[in-house]
Design a protein around this ligand. Structure first.
Ligand code: SF4
Length: 269
């Protein structure tokens, strides 16, 4: 995953990359923030309701408390802007409510984080139901080979009303067409006309999409292979990132615990 990020262009000098659990302060802040978060706020989060439906026999605290942990992930580093997908907006709204509550009870420590959406705030998965996600197995790996991309794209759901090649299609409701907007922008108009006039079949349309996705991902695959050939590089990035993140986390915790008037161990000396 780290190789994916680095190959996609994230510069570890500018952006601190680390493993969440390597900075233990996040669990401390999670606990403190959970004390100021009413349960009713968490129960209304849409993703919680979705998870309850997905795993009704295992509805645990982790599911309901996840947005509080996510808030701690942001607040620990005093994040002001968070790049998110559209589905994460309710979580971010909740994060703002939680830090607002903390700040009003104990004094200002945490800025209220604002969302930064991309031009494609929601990419639908290949099944056309949920967002594209590894958890839903409806995704295309950004490191996938052209063959893998093609295999995945061929499984994509299209216009459900277009049963036969001779049926006119409705690109506006087709998932493959939405992906064309991202990956084949120069040809979307032409594809829309051909689809509506039943002049192109869904299999051919998917072939075009698979080719343009593979072409878009080619430079990424090359950079990734280069990074993967450097022994120890990723571990070095993560170790350095953990040190830099922890230094910030310690300062924030000192400030938050001070505002909460928690007795510090250092005060005992
Ligand atoms: S031709 Fe393309 S845009 Fe039209 S329904 Fe089939 S996959 Fe979708």
């Amino acid at each position: 995953m780290v190789l994916d990020w680095l190959a996609a262009g994230i510069d570890p000098q500018k952006s601190i990359i680390f493993v969440q659990s390597h900075v233990p302060q996040v669990t401390e802040l999670h606990t403190l923030l959970s004390m100021v978060t009413p349960l009713s706020w968490l129960l209304r989060v849409p993703t919680f309701k979705e998870k309850v439906k997905m795993q009704p026999d295992n509805v645990n605290y982790g599911l309901v408390g996840y947005p509080v942990l996510q808030t701690a992930d942001i607040a620990l580093y005093k994040g002001e802007v968070v790049p998110v997908g559209e589905d994460q907006l309710p979580h971010l709204e909740l994060a703002r409510e939680i830090v607002r509550r903390f700040n009003s009870l104990f004094g200002f420590v945490f800025p209220e984080p604002q969302a930064k959406l991309t031009n494609f705030p929601l990419v639908a998965g290949l099944n056309g139901v949920q967002k594209m996600s590894k958890s839903y197995d409806n995704h295309i790996e950004i490191s996938a080979s052209p063959q893998e991309v093609s295999k995945r794209v061929m499984t994509a759901v299209t216009d459900p009303a277009r049963k036969y090649r001779s049926d006119p299609g409705h690109p506006e409701i087709c998932n493959v067409f939405r992906l064309h907007s991202s990956f084949t922008p120069a040809r979307v108009e032409e594809i829309a006309v051909e689809c509506r006039g039943a002049r192109i079949g869904c299999v051919d349309c998917k072939k075009i999409l698979a080719e343009s996705i593979s072409l878009n991902l080619e430079p990424f695959r090359e950079r990734r292979a280069d990074l993967a050939s450097r022994p120890g590089y990723v571990n070095q990035v993560l170790a350095d990132g953990a040190n830099r993140a922890e230094a910030i986390a310690k300062e924030t915790m000192k400030e938050a615990e001070g505002k909460m008037k928690l007795l510090q161990r250092a005060d005992l000396d």
